[in-house]
Ligand binder design. Structure first.
Ligand code: GLN
Length: 232
């Protein structure tokens, strides 16, 4: 292939949050997931060399804002607040939220979490979704640094329910048959949202990445990855 575009240039710096299975997570210490394979395919298509590092959610956002990183990918939802601070690629995945809760709780709608202790990942749209129902900074909402910690608190009984992205909820429930949890979604309460690749404001990479993403959507590569990770 023609790698002229990146010749003599430093590899760009990609950051992620590997606590977001199946999009970005660690398997035996190795970064894997749909987003990890997607960004690899996108940057190869664009002829851009890169390094990738798992830095966690808050540090990932800070690194992109401060231009310490060139882009981030980790199931990051494009929303109006974030658009003030960051640029985004075209969207590559549609999602919504789910409530995961201990078996037996009478939860049939999003509104039902009002009476419960709810765990969320701080600074995420799941956190916003819970606050929309319960009230901003409601004392019964516990904010964790990662989804993994929120799920652990559900296991230990510190919270009764976790609000998180639907696919991440599905993955957790399917992978933990002994956890005695169930889940619901609620289109009346939880809006649909879209993931995008996140860049510092004004990044010149956005256009290149969008062009490559478009190519992968048209040439079947995106569909292959989608099937591998979500239709198995
Ligand atoms: N999609 C959610 C958000 O952007 C969660 C992303 C994540 O936890 N990695 O807020």
């Amino acid at each position: 292939g023609d790698n002229g575009a990146s010749e003599g240039k430093e590899p760009i710096k990609v950051v992620t949050e590997a606590g977001f299975m199946p999009f970005s997570y660690l398997d035996k210490g190795e970064l894997v997931g749909f987003d990890i394979e997607l960004i690899d395919a996108v940057l190869k298509e664009a002829g851009i060399e890169y390094t990738i590092e798992n830095v966690g959610w808050e540090s990932m956002l800070a690194a992109v804002q401060n231009k310490d990183a060139d882009l981030a990918i980790a199931g990051i939802t494009v929303d109006d607040d974030r658009k003030q601070t960051y640029d985004f690629s075209s969207s590559y995945f549609e999602s919504t939220h789910k409530v995961v809760f201990r078996e037996g709780e009478a939860i049939t709608s999003g509104e039902d979490i009002k009476e419960l202790k709810v765990g969320v990942q701080a600074g995420t749209t799941g956190s916003k979704a819970a606050e929309k129902i319960m009230g901003e900074n409601h004392p019964n909402i516990s904010k964790y640094d990662s989804n993994t910690l929120a799920f652990m608190s559900l296991q230990s009984g510190d919270v009764d329910a976790v609000v998180t992205d639907n696919i991440v909820a599905d993955e957790y429930v399917n992978n933990n048959p002994d956890a005695n949890v169930e889940m619901i979604t609620d289109p009346e309460t939880f809006d649909s949202e879209f993931y995008g690749i996140m860049f510092p404001k004004g990044s010149e990479l956005v256009e290149q990445v969008n062009t490559a993403l478009q190519t992968l959507m048209e040439n079947g590569t995106y569909e292959e990855l989608y099937k591998k990770w979500f239709d198995a």
